[in-house]
Design a protein around this ligand. Structure first.
Ligand SMILES: Nc1ncnc2c1ncn2[C@@H]1O[C@H](COP(=O)(O)OP(=O)(O)OP(=O)(O)O)[C@@H](O)[C@H]1O
Ligand SMILES: [Mg+2]
Length: 244
């Protein structure tokens, strides 16, 4: 469904992604793990064109894009088919939970206001926030804000959803409620690419794991194999001592 080939990205003199190849199949839940600074966020941002790659190809359902030369229009086309959940939620502080969700539906997608509102309410219910439509982000907990952000990401029914450490700003209790929502999405068959330090989530929810270090993929495996017996010494070393 989605394939990235030969993705390179530098910031100034430092090469951050050094030739990434990966394939996402429909229904995959892919956990991207690895030490801090290994390029996980940069990879996700390049895949959603929040950063422009220096080289690379993306194949999205038989259409091939040059990730360096992709046009603004192509970026909008691709983004219409994807969702992105940020570490720090990125909600509009001056908009209610409902408005945060419906804004993109009514503006970018030209969905009529009433239909957008119905979708928004349905999405809030789906993430366990029925009744919270009129709350502003400041009066919601971090876990609730992140669930609004997830509701916003899934509202347009994207083909793939990217998550960049969606729970790393949350305490364990709130982490749990967000992971539960993500687990439910996965169970419904959503295609998800998740950068995470939550090894239990990677092990129990993801079907594939990508372990990155130094801008390269050290190991890509199905999750069961990866956690039972990683093929690379470096992966084993990384997992050693982690709780999962
Ligand atoms: N906009 C930028 N300008 C310059 N350097 C950047 C930029 N974004 C990222 N980097 C550098 O790229 C490297 C990889 O960063 P990235 O955020 O992708 O790592 P990460 O694997 O997501 O790490 P973490 O687990 O800490 O989130 C880091 O050395 C970082 O300093
Ligand atoms: Mg990161």
């Amino acid at each position: 469904m989605l394939e990235v080939r030969g993705l390179f990205k530098s910031f100034g003199q430092s090469e951050i992604l050094r030739g990434i190849d990966l394939t996402v199949e429909k229904g995959d839940v892919i956990a991207i793990i690895g030490p801090s600074g290994s390029g996980k966020t940069t990879l996700l941002r390049c895949m959603n064109y929040l950063e422009r790659a220096d080289a690379g190809q993306m194949v999205f359902d038989d259409v091939t894009y040059d990730m360096k030369l992709v046009t603004k229009k192509e970026i909008l086309d691709i983004r219409r088919r994807t969702g992105f959940v940020f570490q720090n939620y990125n909600l509009f502080a001056n908009k209610t939970a409902l408005k945060n969700i419906t804004e993109g539906l009514t503006t970018a997608r030209k969905i009529p206001a009433e239909e957008a509102r119905e979708t928004g309410l349905r999405m809030l219910e789906k993430v366990g926030l029925a009744g919270y439509e009129d709350y502003y982000p400041a009066s919601l907990s971090g876990g609730q804000q992140q669930r609004v952000a997830i509701a916003r990401a899934i509202a347009p029914d994207p083909e793939v959803i990217y998550f960049d450490e969606p729970t790393s700003a949350l305490d364990p209790e709130l982490t749990k409620e967000v992971l539960e929502v993500m687990r439910a999405l996965a169970a419904e068959g959503s295609t998800m690419v998740v950068v995470t330090h939550e090894m239990a989530f990677a092990k129990n929810v993801a079907n594939k794991v990508i372990f990155m270090e130094g801008g390269r993929i050290v190991e890509a495996a199905d999750a069961e194999t990866f956690f039972a017996a990683p093929a690379q010494d470096r992966s084993r070393e990384f997992l050693h001592g982690l709780d999962y």
